[in-house]
Write a protein of this length. Structure first.
Length: 188
């Protein structure tokens, strides 16, 4: 059963305080979900706001057996993808598939600031990926969708989702290795 069921019931009745509480619980995660897809802070903010409005207006169709956060995230993802579709009619086609393994950090003694720097570099490189790669990678790795769910949301086959994910990982790793090699070259 949904842990926020009493709040959601109050939201269905139009109680603004309950709506604000639900918004407070979920807004940051929903904003981040949208931002990973659309890569624009203002657009992600608009989408997040629109998603909450749509969710509150559609609460009568929400079934308490499902997790509200996942239900809301689906709305955010769909609105984010709709926004991208308006900008770019098709997701890139993938020609080849290759399996890659991301290498673990060789130096386990890195301090937290170096780790944060590395995370920021990875986020930057993810944002530089082509839309098709970035979206599938974000939905799979960061949002926890499986390839069947991604195929349903993006209206592509599950094999295309897997292929885009694999190519996105490969491209991301190549970009990160290139940056690392540039840094090593500069320090020599």
């Amino acid at each position: 059963m949904e842990i926020h069921q009493s709040l959601l019931e109050a939201c269905k009745k139009g109680h603004r305080k309950s709506q604000f509480e639900i918004y407070s619980l979920y807004y940051k995660a929903m904003y981040n979900t949208s931002l990973r897809i659309v890569k624009d802070t203002f657009e992600a903010e608009d989408i997040m706001q629109e998603a909450f409005l749509k969710a509150f207006q559609s609460l009568s169709s929400y079934k308490a057996e499902a997790n509200f956060g996942l239900w809301l995230k689906r709305i955010v993802v769909n609105l984010s993808l709709d926004s991208l579709r308006k900008k770019k009619p098709e997701i890139e086609n993938i020609l080849n598939t290759q399996e890659l393994v991301i290498n673990e950090s060789e130096n386990e003694d890195e301090n937290e600031s170096n780790t944060n720097y590395e995370i920021e570099k990875i986020k930057d490189e993810i944002n530089k990926l082509p839309d098709g790669y970035r979206i599938v990678l974000s939905l799979y790795l960061l949002e926890g969708y499986d390839h069947d769910e991604i195929s349903e949301v993006l209206k592509i086959s599950a094999s295309t989702s897997r292929s885009q994910y694999t190519r996105a990982k490969k491209k991301l790793i190549e970009n990160l290795k290139f940056i690392k090699n540039e840094q090593v070259g500069r320090s020599n």
